[in-house]
Design a protein around this ligand. Structure first.
Ligand code: COA
Length: 129
C-alpha cells in the first residue's frame, strides 16, 4: 500500500459521505467518490482555462481505502500539465474519519479536461506564464 503523509495540491471540494451515497451493503459507492473528484478537479480546470471545459479522460483510478458514512471527504487537486487545449489534473481524496478524526488518503486519479468553445470544439488554453 502506498503511503502519503499529507494532502498534495489545493482543496477543491469538501463534503460528507451520507447514507444516500451507499450501496445496499452500506459501503460508499466508488462512483460517488469519482463524481466528487470530477466536480472538484473541474472547478480547477475552469479556473485555469476560464472557459467551458469537459472531462475527456480519467486515468489511474485507485481506491486505496474504504470510505464510510459520516467520513468528511476532501478532494485536493493541482494542474500538472497544460497542453494546447487540454489540462492534466491529478486528484487525491482524503477522508477525516467519523468520530476519530484520523486522516486517510483513500483514492487518487488523474483527470484530463479539454477547453471548448460555444460549438463544443477544443480551443487553446490561454497560459498565465
Ligand atoms: C473533448 C473533445 C471535445 C475532444 O475532441 P477531439 O476531437 O478528440 O479533440 P482533439 O483530438 O483535438 O484533442 C483535444 C485535446 O484532448 C486531448 N485528448 C483527447 N482524447 C484524450 C484522451 N483520451 N486522454 C487524454 N487526452 C486526450 C488531446 O491530446 C488534445 O490535447 P492538446 O490540445 O492539449 O494537445 C471530445 O472528445 C468530446 O466532446 N468528448 C466528450 C466530453 C464529455 O462530454 N465529457 C463528459 C463525459 S459525460
Amino acid at each position: 500500500m502506498e503511503e502519503a503523509g499529507k494532502p498534495k495540491g489545493e482543496l477543491v471540494i469538501r463534503t460528507i459521505a451520507m447514507p444516500a451515497d451507499t450501496n445496499p451493503s452500506g459501503d460508499i459507492f466508488g462512483g460517488w467518490i469519482m463524481s466528487q473528484m470530477d466536480l472538484g478537479s473541474g472547478i480547477l480546470a475552469l479556473k485555469t482555462a476560464k472557459t467551458r471545459v469537459v472531462t475527456v479522460a480519467m486515468d489511474g483510478m485507485s481506491f486505496l481505502q474504504p470510505v464510510r458514512v459520516g467520513d468528511r471527504v476532501a478532494c485536493y487537486a493541482w494542474v500538472e500539465k497544460i497542453g494546447r487545449t487540454s489540462m492534466k489534473i491529478p486528484v487525491e481524496v482524503w477522508v477525516e474519519r467519523y468520530m476519530t478524526g484520523e486522516q486517510v488518503r483513500v483514492t487518487h486519479a488523474v483527470f484530463t479536461y479539454v477547453a471548448i468553445g460555444a460549438d463544443g470544439r477544443p480551443i487553446a488554453v490561454q497560459r498565465q506564464d
